[in-house]
Structures are given as structure tokens and as C-alpha cells.
Design a protein around this ligand. Sequence first.
Ligand code: G3P
Ligand code: CA
Length: 387
Amino acid sequence: MTTSRTPAPALHRPRRARILAGLTALAALLATPVLVGTTPAHADPSTTGRAHAGHGDPLVIAHRGASGYRPEHTLAAYELAIEMGADHIEPDLVPTKDGVLVARHENEIGGTTDVADRPEFADRRTTKTIDGRSVTGWFTEDFTLAELKTLRAVERLPGVRPDSAAYDGRFQVPTFEEVLDLVQRVEAETGRVVGLAPETKHPTYFDRLGLSPEEPLVATLHAHGLRTKKDPVVLQSFEVTNLRELDRMTRLPIAQLLGSGAPYDQVAAGTGLTYADMRTRAGLRAVSKYADWLAPEKSQVLPRTAHGTVGEPSGLVADAHRAGLLVVVYTLRAENQFMPADYRSDGGPNEFGDLAAEITDLLDLGVDAVFSDHPDLAVAARDDWLD
Ligand code: G3P
Ligand code: CA
């Protein structure tokens, strides 16, 4: 096994020249009135950075629960993650036909439930355009909660995670309310604080269907007593508009996810703003007006070389910190196939590599939290790093 155990290289590298469209879009973003003075906390340096989030040590956020070990987004996956010591659990959220938020990574549920085996729902199979992409399958917005509750979760990656697939057919699709109830029950039983990192999926798409997710998200959290900047909650989205909306609706911390290409709301509005624009120093300052966290994909922090090894750090962590943003990186997975070559073991693609080394290198670069499918390994790596 070869691992990257050398000290972290210098964080800074020259910024790339920004394309004209990006400059224009950024200028528009910075000039947009809703970004000016929305939430006083963002303008106050004493409440930016670590002070906001109410924590000091790096966090482990269980990505879709302990999804390396149980079918993702089930109460069993979340409960196991909490038992494994995760600081936060992460429910991705989509609405049902009757407007109830449920935990699924996408609204198409053919890959994570047994819906394809249910003859009573065969006629619900259809093709839709989701965020500009054609998708065929079964969609949460075509099912009432009562109908959805008759389904059972299955492992998304049965070939990779057969031990998790052994739990197929045992668990329901949980509502967001049920996830919160689980967290608060465990907190009452153990005295531990368990955080939440809910993510709104496809918010522009659902707005157009009249199933806006922000209102039930905020109402549910506020009803459970989670409503301040210090509460252990991180509201995430790959889009911009709905995060700005959330910033006006609640004081709970907000994370801007960075993907590739452009946020779909910006595509739909024709602004030209891309994720690359948002990673520039001006872009990060704009994000910090409405968000507390930046959530890049791990290769945006530690880019990969043409050989699949990790290259020179991008400097994004330091730039984000300078803008007053905490940094949470996704997604840390133990199997070789999901890792840069530096951390892989000699086994096949589904064997575990050295996740601890990958996480340690990210923590050395200053990241404030990681999303991981394997919270037990991530917590152990974080704790070793702290020692
Ligand atoms: O929310 C962090 C990470 O989960 C974003 O990616 O696609 O797994 O939701 P995704
Ligand atoms: Ca997510």
C-alpha cells in the first residue's frame, strides 16, 4: 500500500484568469440587492468562521447515514452512523406528491427502493427532464407519502456493498420528520448532541411543480427547536437561489455545495455563473454573504493528476477561510475505486484502501469537516489526527 504521508504542500497557487462570462455573472451576483445586508451575522466578522458553527474540532458528517454499511437514507443507516460516533447525519431531501419531505438522494427511486418489483406502480414509470437531463424511472413527486411508505429501501451499490445489500427490503423511506425524531430520541437517551446536514435536491425543479422544499424544511427544523446559528445544523444545496432564500428564512448555518459545471438555478436563469467562478476569491466573498460553509468535492481541494494520484493542493481551503467560510469536503469512501491512487490498497476496486490517510491529508490542509460513507473510519481518523 502506498499512501501520501508527506507534509501538506503550500496552499496557494496563482488564480486562473476568469472568463468574461464568469466575471459578468459574479458582478451580477455581488450587485444583487438580496445579497446586501440580508443576515447581519454574515457581515459581522465575530460570527463568521468557526464561531458560527459552534464547534472547534473537525466534524464527521455521515453521508446519507452510514451508507457504506446499510442502504442509504434509512433510519437504520442514520442510527448506525450515530452509534459509530458521527457528529452529524446527512439526509438528502425530496418531496412526495403531497408535499412531505422524505430522505432520498434523488427523486428517481428505481435505484434505491424496490419500486420496480411492485406491479401496482408499474404505470408510474415515466421519463422526465430533471435539471436539463432526461431521467427514466419512478419519481417521489408521483407518489403520496402513504404509497411511498409501502416501498422498501435497497442498496444502491449491491456489487460494491453486498453486506449492505443483505438488508434490502427491511427499511422504509423515512420522512424528514422521522429523521429528526430519531435524532432527538437518541439525544434524549444518550445525552449526546447529534447534528443534521439536510440537503435540498433539485429545488428549482420542485419550485416549478409547486413543491417548494424550503418552507417545510425550515418549518420542521424550527418546530424541533433548531433555529439559531449555533445549532448543529448545516443546510446544503448545489443551487444558489434557494440558499439565499433559506438565508432570509432562518438563521441556521448554510453550506454552498460546489459541483462541476454550473448550479442549475443559474443555468435556468441564464446568469452564466459557474462553480469555477464561485471558487475564485471574489466568488467566495459572494458566497460568504449568504453561506457559512463551502462544500467542495474533494478533488477541488486535492486535485488529481493524470495518473490518478493527488496533486498540488488547490488553495481553496485557505481562500474559503479568508472569505469567512468553513470548509466541508465530500465524499470520503473507503473502497479503493473511490480514492486517489495514493491511498488504494493492493486489493480490487471494492477492497478498502487507506481512508484514514486520505482524511488526514485533508485535515492537514485545514478542512473543517468531511462527509463520509464510513463514519466509523472517519471518526477514528479524525480522533487520531486530534491526538
Ligand atoms: O452533500 C454532500 C454531498 O452529499 C453532495 O453530493 O451527490 O452525495 O448529495 P451528493
Ligand atoms: Ca448530499
